[in-house]
Design a binder for this molecule. Structure first.
Ligand SMILES: [Zn+2]
Length: 237
């Protein structure tokens, strides 16, 4: 099945850990994926880079842009950053229109973003509310509107760092076994947060275990978990 995905993260590296696998699954099947970062996470998620003496915000953004672009390329996706600033991320009316425009222009089958709560990170929930609103602005209410609309993309949430504290309950597991090398290559590009590589490799194995148990498919070694927001519409059960 050929699918188009738009992954929207608060920070430029968020997509890699949480949706790198599904991006590679979509693109390797002939689909398309785009990554939209609302900021570079230049203040809150670039700790390793700030250890360098004389470091500047502009330089950190530049490095983070390169990392994200290479990681997205390893997954077969395009990367764009709106550079709205982080910690705190503030999405004003213009930025909301910019996000809605990206959704309208790409008209993806699926939009992926953060959960609506994250006690460790003020920007992740801000991104959720912006994306939920922008998706509705781009798709209207599923009826003709005064503005150009696209077919409503499915909305799913990717897995946060500590799921049980972030209102996250997995409803969907995606088998990422065939693309795990691509995800590893993408994670390896994120040198500003290299400590997360091991964490998310372990997570993929644990979710692989859960996916095997749910499906009986013993071939699954690695999986990513998602929470569906919009109902799935199917022609039979
Ligand atoms: Zn983040």
């Amino acid at each position: 099945v050929t699918r188009t995905l738009l992954v929207i993260g608060a920070h430029s590296a968020d997509f890699v850990w949480r949706a790198g696998g599904v991006i590679a699954v979509a693109t390797s099947a002939g689909g398309a994926a785009r990554v939209l970062a609302l900021s570079y996470g230049e203040r809150g998620e670039s700790g390793e880079l700030w250890k360098e003496q004389g470091q500047t915000v502009e330089r950190v953004k530049q490095i983070r842009h390169g990392e994200a672009e290479r990681a997205a390329a390893a997954l077969g996706a395009e990367f764009e950053c709106l550079d709205l600033g982080d910690y705190p991320l503030e999405v004003d009316a213009d930025a909301l229109v910019a996000i809605a425009d990206r959704i309208r222009a790409f008209a993806p089958d699926v939009v992926l973003t953060h959960t609506d709560r994250d006690p460790f990170n003020p920007d992740h929930a801000a991104a959720f509310f912006a994306v939920e609103k922008a998706r509705a602005l781009a798709a209207g209410a599923g009826v003709p509107s005064a503005f150009e609309t696209v077919e409503p993309p499915e909305l799913l949430l990717f897995e946060p760092h500590q799921a049980e504290l972030c209102n996250f309950v997995p409803t969907t597991f995606v088998d990422i076994t065939p693309v795990i090398e691509q995800k590893n290559a993408a994670m390896a590009e994120m040198k500003a947060q290299s400590y997360l590589h091991t964490y998310y490799s372990q997570r993929a194995e644990q979710r692989g275990n859960h996916a095997r148990r749910s499906s009986g498919n013993t071939a699954i070694r690695y999986a990513e978990a998602f929470q569906r927001v919009t109902p799935q519409v199917v022609s039979s059960l």
